[in-house]
Ligand binder design. Structure first.
Ligand code: CU
Length: 321
């Protein structure tokens, strides 16, 4: 068959370009290739990296603390309690082999051991000074679940059997979503835990959180349960890369540990990846902006294990680099 001259010219041009490219120094050529084949601008490619050295060093400095096996108990609210009013007081009893582990915020760094407190399936709140009760405020009328587990300064949870507790309770005459959330002085509080001024204006030393309305799922404490912990909120500068993914598992052994389950994670519209072991991972390569992180507990067939809707949770985080 006759080849049109225009095609021959094009082919010659192409061969010439390939030859030119081949003459370039290797490094430069590699760069050219990377640029032309890269995903469109704004796309993100995440990789799992080892535990950051900074955290390894913190662990060494903490002595035996990371081998602690804390035992946590929610004192009030008691299981199936009915609470009148929108404020729920939470007290915890922390025992077990603590090896020096104790929740406390260092005033200098704003960091320290703390407890993750989760109402229904909302993002966790950090609770540092457990000698004082924690107040859940503006809690909607109805049934709720509360989950707690001890965490390290870098938000990695303790994962021994006794380090987790969940209770269900019911609120009568709860918070009204149409009213702004306020302190007991009537001052509007946007982010009570993150604003020292707002905290100081209210009763001293008591940590609290104003909640948006939510209800408990139909959670069965005997069934496999994935509790989403990290990431959440805003990540800035050196905290924005890598970002840790961490969760709590109840009644579910993962496939890499002889069990039947896997944890599936998806970031934005990216490809779903699987975790076969119950341990945190660190993801590197985030770009600035808002991202969705989804964690799901799935069975051998890849189906989400049903438990009150809690086994598939998506959070939006903000990365500012
Ligand atoms: Cu934390």
């Amino acid at each position: 068959m006759r080849v049109p001259n225009r095609s021959l010219l094009f082919l010659a041009g192409f061969v010439w370009l390939v030859l030119i490219a081949g003459c370039e120094p290797a490094g430069q050529n590699a760069n050219t290739t990377a640029t032309t084949q890269a995903t469109p601008p704004g796309a993100q490619s995440l990789t799992v990296i080892p535990r950051p050295q900074q955290i390894v060093e913190m662990m060494t400095a903490r002595g035996e603390q990371d081998q602690a096996t804390p035992a946590i108990q929610i004192v009030p609210p008691t299981r199936d309690a009915t609470i009148n009013g929108a404020t729920v007081e939470v007290k915890l009893d922390l025992s077990g082999d603590l090896k020096g582990y104790m929740p406390h915020k260092d005033p200098a760094t704003g960091k320290g051991n703390h407890i993750h407190v989760i109402l229904d399936n909302q993002p966790y709140e950090a609770y540092y000074e457990t000698s004082q009760p924690f107040e859940l405020r503006n809690v909607a009328e109805g049934k709720h679940t509360l989950r707690v587990f001890p965490s390290r300064p870098w938000h990695e949870s303790y994962k021994n059997d006794t380090a987790f507790q969940m209770v269900t309770f019911t609120v009568k005459g709860g918070g009204d979503a149409s009213k702004p959330t306020t302190t007991n002085n009537g001052q509007t509080m946007a982010s009570p835990l993150k604003s020292p001024a707002a905290t100081a204006a209210a009763s001293p030393a008591r940590e609290r959180k104003d909640y948006t309305p939510s209800q408990a799922g139909e959670v069965d404490p005997a069934k496999p349960l994935l509790t989403y912990s990290r990431p959440k909120g805003e990540y800035k500068a050196e905290d924005a890369d890598p970002i840790m993914v961490d969760f709590w598992l109840l009644n579910a052994k993962l496939q890499g540990e002889g069990g039947d389950y896997r944890v599936r994670y998806t970031v934005d519209d990216g490809e779903a990846k699987f975790l076969e072991k119950w341990e945190p991972i660190w993801l590197s390569g985030w770009i600035s902006g808002k991202h969705r992180v989804k964690l799901e507990l799935v069975d051998k067939a890849g189906n989400v294990v049903d438990n009150g809707g809690y086994n598939s949770t998506t959070r939006e985080i903000t990365v500012i680099k």
